[in-house]
Design a protein around this ligand. Structure first.
Ligand code: PHB
Length: 391
């Protein structure tokens, strides 16, 4: 009896031209995120995925009447993998949205997003040019320029005159030092040297020593997520925490993922960043508590890119009534505003890039652990490298 029913159903489906045998319901709307779950950037993949999953857990897996399925693919930090995985997600899995991660992979995936016409949320990359690589790219992460100009101005206003910059030898690092130098020099300061540290398995010690030998009053540093712990250890080993040289940087160097393990090393360090787990809003307190419950550790700046990335997709689907064609979705995302755990956030309708508050924060010990405590706010900061005045 049952077998007959199955045969009849297949026949009926075949006659009416409907595909059968697919494991997922046809109306499941898929979001394919390509991030590094293994390799040197594994901590980045872990946090961005945890942020995205937490959003779905809190808001349910149905939006505008459609069931959502999150697919996470591990690129291991290798751009060619990312390209192949994005291709598979578009062609085989027929995803409606893509999520892009770190800079090199996000760059490699861009032509696929364009040709496949798939709205893609950049959830990690901090490189300015990434959003210009596809008309279907929208960013919920950050740019390094947003942070490094503001910290340069702060340093100048607080008496810095001679700086050395240490940055990762990689596009985000180049942009961080470029914007830092522009602002520091414009403010009357002198940049004695800019030292570039290899991205893979960095040994900061010789660079820290060289910076110290140049006798600056200020050291500006950018290293990407996952490297702050090593930086702190080598900084302390060289005695730089007691050298009198003021350490400043982008938010990455006091990553909440690593900060709890850095002891006293970074106490007093001032950074410009868009997210601190210590951000005092109700939205963030709830986020940090839910994140700790889900993962067992502190939320960091990478995690909010994943959380807000899902929020942007959910909001766009609500606005389009479930329509997923990339042109309609991107139009819906342009100008979108929301209250993120990081603070008030929006998408610049001109550039599809994120506009967010940037805070000056000082590392302080609170309840026994170091936290980046915000003490000044710069509102609605755009990517300076896309603003005509910066060119
Ligand atoms: C990037 O992929 O551009 C990236 C990743 C982690 C960071 C900064 C930039 O901390």
């Amino acid at each position: 009896m049952r077998r007959w029913f199955v045969v009849v159903s297949y026949l009926a489906a075949a006659i009416s031209g409907i595909e059968v045998g697919s494991a997922t319901p046809q109306d499941a709307l898929k979001i394919g995120v390509v991030i590094p779950m293994t390799g040197a950037f594994a901590a980045v993949g872990r946090e961005v995925a945890a942020g995205a999953k937490l959003y779905i857990q809190q808001h349910g897996d149905t939006v505008a009447g459609q069931k959502i399925e999150l697919i996470i693919r591990d690129d291991a930090g290798v751009p060619d993998n990312g390209k192949r995985l994005a291709q598979e997600l578009i062609v085989k899995d027929r995803v409606s949205f893509l999520g892009a991660g770190t800079t090199a992979t996000a760059m490699a995936m861009a032509p696929l997003s364009t040709e496949g016409k798939v709205a893609t949320v950049v959830m990690v990359s901090g490189t300015s040019v990434v959003t210009e690589r596809s008309p279907y790219y929208v960013r919920t992460s950050f740019t390094l320029g947003q942070q490094s100009g503001i910290i340069a101005d702060w340093a100048i206003q607080n008496g810095s005159k001679k700086a050395v910059a240490i940055v990762t030898d990689w596009t985000p690092g180049t942009e961080a030092s470029k914007v830092f130098e522009q602002h520091f020099i414009k403010g009357g300061g002198q940049v004695l040297d800019t030292l570039r540290v290899p991205l893979a398995n960095p040994d900061f010690a010789p660079f820290l020593q060289r910076a110290r030998d140049l006798r600056p009053d200020t050291l500006f540093v950018f290293v990407p997520a996952g490297q702050a712990g090593t930086l702190a250890r080598q900084f302390a080993e060289r005695g730089l925490d007691k050298s009198g040289i003021k350490l400043v940087g982008t938010g990455d160097i006091v990553d909440d993922d690593d900060l709890p393990g850095t002891g006293d090393t970074f106490l007093g360090v001032v950074t410009a960043g868009f997210y601190s787990a210590a951000h005092a809003s109700r939205t963030n307190k709830d986020y940090v508590a839910a994140y700790a419950k889900a993962t067992g550790h502190r939320a960091n700046f990478i995690s909010v890119g994943g959380y807000d990335g899902m929020h942007l997709i959910y909001q766009a689907l609500e606005k389009t009534g479930g329509k997923i064609d990339a042109d309609t979705v991107i139009e819906a995302m342009k100008g979108m505003k929301w209250e993120s755990p990081r603070g008030p956030t929006s998408i610049d309708p001109r550039t599809r890039d994120i506009v967010q508050d940037v805070y000056i924060r000082k590392v302080e010990r609170v309840n026994g652990e170091p936290w980046a405590v915000e003490f000044a706010t710069f509102e609605a900061i755009k990517d300076p490298l896309k603003e005509p005045a910066a060119e």
